[in-house]
Design a protein around this ligand. Structure first.
Ligand SMILES: NC(=O)c1ccc[n+]([C@@H]2O[C@H](COP(=O)([O-])OP(=O)(O)OC[C@H]3O[C@@H](n4cnc5c(N)ncnc54)[C@H](OP(=O)(O)O)[C@@H]3O)[C@@H](O)[C@H]2O)c1
Length: 310
């Protein structure tokens, strides 16, 4: 294997993501990924990682010293909370720090740009961000289900080494990659939060509405999850526009009026606002599809108290 195809990896921050990556990389030596070191802030987290990883890779060094750990590697993965990335990077490369020459430094934040790695770049390192569109809770489940994950990757397009390293790591994890401009990371990350966290917010609202009408939550939510799952399956096959069904797709203004009146009186205006705002975007889809005429569309907008036309 050529030197270019191998990476000696250091993981800083053996938390939810860092430990998952350490576990995935611990058996990677035959495929060019050599986990040389893991470093963390607290002895407890580092010992926990050591207990798990040493069973697979006896050569990895575990240490509560970021600089020492990073010195051993040519690829440094900073897996600490977003707000600490910049300081950890500075601590590595500034004031008696290590040199960045020949190294690639990577962070995994969906929001933060390349600038938080400026200290590494100034010291001669290649830098990039790799953001997994996946929720990492426990390392074993996350490692076992990481295949197929989409990774949003960001690098300076002039930095070919950063690009190659990012692609190699994503390839090793059997993931897919999509390039995200540095300036677009906030919107990209908002998309991920809306599709995952806000989906939970929405289904929690539905769960509360179920409680209001006194249905058994476990039976009700099983039905709701199955309904949502079916919709997700349809979106995968048909796309969002063609998956729309229900009263707005049919132009049933009376049904939507009835929903809104009942939601307002039994659940309150915050619930009605969520229904109306999402209803507005749903009406846009029905109109775009030409499934409802302009008059019906405007009737929906009046109900939702939104006058803006397409
Ligand atoms: N978890 C996810 O679902 C997910 C998904 C996509 C991207 N990410 C990204 O992954 C990164 C890590 O997130 P996470 O969820 O894995 O966080 P986490 O579970 O809180 O883990 C962070 C780890 O960093 C360590 N740490 C904190 N400050 C440190 C320092 N100065 N030096 C060394 N280690 C330090 C913590 O140490 P202690 O154990 O001592 O506290 C902990 O082990 C973030 O950039 C996040 O945006 C996470």
């Amino acid at each position: 294997m050529k030197k270019e195809e191998k990476s000696d990896i250091c993981i800083i921050g053996p938390g939810r993501l860092g430990l998952t990556l350490a576990y995935c990389f611990s058996s990677g030596i035959d495929r060019g990924i050599n986990l040389v070191s893991v470093s963390g802030r607290r002895e407890e987290s580092v010992s926990n990682a050591e207990r798990i990883i040493k069973k697979i890779n006896r050569k990895t060094v575990f240490i509560v010293n970021n600089k020492e750990a990073a010195r051993k590697a040519d690829c440094i993965l900073i897996c600490v909370p977003d707000d600490s990335i910049k300081n950890v990077c500075k601590e590595l490369f500034e004031k008696n720090g290590i040199t960045g020459e020949g190294k690639t430094v990577i962070h995994f934040s969906g929001l933060k740009g390349l600038d938080v790695l400026d200290a590494a770049k100034s010291s001669g390192a290649s830098v990039c961000c790799i953001h997994p569109m996946k929720s990492f809770a426990d390392y074993l489940n996350s490692a076992n289900s990481i295949k197929g994950t989409l990774f949003g990757i960001t690098y300076d397009k002039k930095d070919k080494k950063a690009c190659r390293t990012a692609e190699r790591i994503v390839g090793f994890l059997n993931g897919k990659s999509i390039f995200i401009e540095n300036s677009s990371k906030a919107i990209y990350h908002a998309c991920a939060c809306m599709a995952s966290n806000y989906l939970i917010g929405l289904l929690n609202i539905v769960e509360r509405m179920g409680k209001e009408i006194g249905v058994r939550p476990e039976i009700f939510m099983e039905g709701i999850i199955s309904l949502s799952q079916g919709t997700i399956d349809n979106i995968r096959k048909l796309g969002t526009n063609n998956s729309l069904t229900g009263p707005i797709a049919r132009g049933d203004v009376g049904t939507v009026r009835n929903h809104l009146e009942n939601i307002k009186s039994r659940m309150g205006s915050n619930y009605a606002d969520v229904y109306s705002l999402l209803g507005r975007f749903t009406a846009d889809i029905a109109r775009e599809n030409k499934w409802i005429d302009m008059r019906t569309y405007n009737e929906f907008l009046d109900l939702f108290e939104i006058k803006k036309l397409l």
